[in-house]
Write a protein that binds this ligand. Sequence first.
Ligand code: NAP
Ligand code: HSE
Length: 445
Amino acid sequence: MQKVTLGLIGGGTVGGGVYQAIRKNGELMASRLGVKLRIAKVAVRKLKKARAVKIPASILTTDRSEVTTDKKINLVVELMGGVKTARAVVLEALRNGKSVVTANKALLSAHGEELFEEAHKHGVNLYYEASVAGGIPIIKVLREALIGNRITSLYGIMNGTCNYMLTRMSREGIDYEPVLADAQRLGYAEAEPSLDVDGHDAAHKTGILASLAYGFWVDEKKVHVEGIRDISQLDIQFAEKLGYVIKLLGVVRQPAHTNKKPGKKKGFVPIQAAVYPALVPKDHVLANIHDVFNAVFVQGDIVGDTLYCGHGAGQDATASAVLSDIADAALDLKCGSANRVPSFVPHEADGEVADTDDIISQYYVRLNVVDRPGVFSKISGILAKANIGISSIMQPEGHEGDTVPVILMIHDAPNRAMKAALRKIAGLNSVKGPPAMIRVEQFDR
Ligand code: NAP
Ligand code: HSE
């Protein structure tokens, strides 16, 4: 039987999970693939560290180049995280003729194009199934299973940490600090958890899926990002009363509703690529994805609606996705076909991302207003002048003190006009504190 010798860089949550999973199911994989897998080295930062998954000292090293330059190692698995050093490590491995598996969405988001080109140049491949949506094989879906479709839209809950936090905040009525600590303890959160709660991790993933779906590499700076830091218990409760659940969504689509005509470049309607918390109608399937689960809802012009769901973060789910890449790489090495399914094929020369300010959405707005006559007329006057329609107003009873919350549900309005109107509303004497604005997603465009 042929053998593939692996070198891991990173032996933490995911690296430990991959080591453990290969010990558990390596034989099974070998019998399915006809290739034996052996882990020769695992590079870490510190040799002496208590590890939840024990890795024999004989294969641990702190010298990453022992992995990237060892001639016996033919597949490098980068699971260290971060961008700068990880980029150097991956480039070194590719330049040494080794295919690389990575779970590092921050790295791909920043340097994907460069790394894919480098892999191509050296006749090797870069595999990245674990970079998006944990255990869900969404990269394979977009690259292979749906290859015959134009993707009309894609909506995803793609950050396990945020979904876990929002679920517990909504079920238990608690605030986000203690829930974030639990997400960290469970191995869901990034080493730098602001990547999760501020939406950047989901934005990295959204950019990767947008690139695959539309055939041009989406610059990470073009993905609009809003996180869940400002989502309050009040918003979760009002959303619930209105028939919605708040979810952090990644959205990729060619919107029918924008404020602008099709792009500067002929023929291509600019895509929306964005991450934001949204009110999702309770009867939509994505409203029912809870805890650390992720789900990606993909609409193709031939297949119609499809849904992919599974654990979106954590040791085992991510290890499973890494194993899938290791299996692909092992088969490619066995068959001498490193580029059978290339990492990324740019095929849309005119692709561009729309400016979020031009995107038309519906909105939930919560204001904290002084409880006196005439307040509504000032607020509705500002909205009317901006040509923004209100579909409903709710002023919940039972609030004590001088101010009361007012909820406005807003009809379709361009983001730019909405933001400008809210700035004016926030300037009214009768409005206290910053307005909360959350998009309402109807999944119909
Ligand atoms: P982690 O638990 O912090 O593990 C990182 C590992 O890399 C540790 O073993 C660490 O060594 C090692 N490392 C860090 N810097 C290094 C360096 N300069 N040289 C050598 N080794 C170094 O992180 P993780 O959660 O496993 O995440 C790893 C990657 O997977 C990240 O890109 C992350 O975004 C991605 N990912 C994570 C999840 C998840 O659920 N956790 C899911 C999907 C993707 P020490 O052990 O000695 O500190
Ligand atoms: N921190 C990430 C999440 C890990 O919570 O989704 C999986 O990519």
